[in-house]
Ligand binder design. Structure first.
Ligand code: 5AD
Ligand code: SF4
Length: 442
């Protein structure tokens, strides 16, 4: 017998920052309904899994977890699957996992409480995956952090890279009205937030679907920069083709905008870029990076790389390796290609053997580690601005630099939520170690 009237819930989030934010909204929705959040799934009446489909491993993790629940007495709890895998698998989830009670896609999340009502009233499985754009109420989000927060500015993606499932799991690009974004950021600042990260699959497309507003991504940054008390703005993620000169100037000129641009390369060979439908060549990419560096020399770069895409040869991988070496990324996420159902690349054979993908992945990771070590050595003895965000497990203060490096430092709790100039004295793995120079703001 399934529980009829849930009093407590447990939520687990897989995948990207957008999912983290959407889980924060769901926590807010469920708390409004009067449910209490518990961190131990055994103690919960309702279990929500907010899922990711970007690579097979992400899906396998969730399917493994849900399968295991079905074989335990936990199957009698109410169980919901939300997010990208709900969109990718839809009704088929019920066939494989008959103990799942509801499935809600990325554009129907505002219906969570109605769906719960329907499940409880009817005792039948419920599915909502047909929404096109869901005006989610972000103001009710129960946020994980108190100093920095995510703010969604555009949802979906119209780029249709051939390997990527996102345009199908999150739909077309829809920008949020700028007034609503500004209001949300102002609210956060009033609550004591110092930093926001603007989220979207392609933030640089912001506003292009609402030409009548005349507010494009860089315009939004200029508007947010005026908000008193807001110290830092970050943004994720970008498509190189849409990174404009005006955005580069905003990175150079605006007080709040952090000097970090995510610039996903994906591959360094023109044939593979074309097959991926990335709509830029290696030469255009290099040119754009050079332009950014000439306009905003302090900007650090991040990237995403996929190795072993369909038919990628050793020589083509070498081009990616060379380019990665030449450009020098401060942050990189490197993945082995994983075929996704429903994407154009499914038409082609996934013909790079798994061992070869893994070898390429490891070579690139080694190069990344070598470059990251060089970068860290350069940062030692450099004064850097750190936003102190809280404490780590060892009770030390932790924070981040404007260029997105983690720092630990000594000091008391009163520094939490402040900006400090910090001397970097060394590092432990990828975390920098710093000492406070002089207070900027207390
Ligand atoms: N296989 C491997 N990596 C992928 N990504 C997107 N789709 C796939 C896939 N099918 C990577 C891209 C993207 C990042 C979020 O995930 O590098 O930028
Ligand atoms: Fe996927 Fe390409 Fe859109 Fe990024 S730009 S979400 S990789 S389709």
């Amino acid at each position: 017998m399934k529980i009829k009237d849930p009093k407590t819930f447990f939520i687990r989030t897989y995948g990207c920052q957008m999912n983290e934010l959407e889980s924060e909204v769901m926590v807010g929705q469920l708390k409004r309904r009067g449910l209490k959040r518990v961190l131990d799934e055994e103690l919960a009446d309702l279990l929500v899994f907010n899922t990711c489909s970007i690579r097979d491993l992400a899906e396998r993790k969730v399917m493994g977890k849900l399968g295991q629940l079905g074989r335990s007495k936990m199957r009698n709890k109410l169980i919901g699957v939300t997010g990208c895998m709900a969109m990718a698998k839809k009704e088929t989830l019920f066939k494989k996992l008959p103990h799942v009670d509801f499935v809600i896609g990325t554009n129907n999340l505002s219906e969570l409480n109605n769906v719960l009502d329907d499940v409880v009233a009817s005792g039948k499985q419920q599915i909502r995956t047909e929404g096109e754009y869901d005006a989610l109420d972000y103001t009710i989000a129960e946020r994980e952090h108190k100093i920095k927060g995510y703010v969604s500015i555009i949802r979906g993606c119209d780029k249709y890279c051939t390997y990527c499932v996102v345009p199908y799991t999150r739909g077309q690009e829809v920008s949020r009205p700028h007034e609503e974004i500004e209001r949300e950021v102002r609210d956060l600042v009033q609550k004591g937030y110092k930093e926001v990260t603007l989220l979207g699959q392609n933030v640089n497309s912001y506003g292009k679907d609402r030409p009548e507003t005349g507010v494009l991504f860089h315009d939004l940054l200029y508007r947010l920069d005026k908000i008193e008390g807001l110290e830092r703005v970050r943004f994720l993620t970008s498509h190189p083709i849409d990174i404009s000169v005006q955005l580069m100037e905003a990175v150079r000129d605006l007080r709040t905008v952090c000097e970090f641009v995510h610039f996903p390369l994906q591959a360094g060979s023109n044939r593979i870029l074309k097959k991926m439908h990335r709509i830029y060549t290696k030469e255009q990419y290099i040119e754009k990076v050079a332009l950014l560096r000439s306009i905003a020399p302090n900007a650090k770069l991040g990237t995403d790389i996929i190795v072993g895409f369909c038919s990628e040869t050793d020589a083509e991988f070498e081009e990616t390796y060379q380019l990665f070496d030449e450009i020098g990324f401060s942050v990189a996420f490197i993945f082995a290609y994983s075929p996704r159902k429903g994407t154009p690349a499914m038409r082609w054979q996934d013909d790079v053997p798994e061992e070869v993908k893994q070898q390429r992945l490891h070579r690139l990771l080694e190069l990344y580690e070598k470059k990251a070590q060089e970068e860290r050595l350069e940062l030692v003895n450099t004064p850097m601005e750190v936003l102190v965000e809280g404490k780590n497990k060892n009770g030390q203060l932790k924070g981040t630099t404007r260029c997105w490096k983690n720092v630990i430092l000594e000091g008391d709790d009163s520094l939490i939520g402040t900006l400090q100039m910090v001397d970097i004295s060394g590092f432990n793995h990828s975390t920098l170690i710093g000492t406070v120079k002089k207070p900027l703001i207390v």
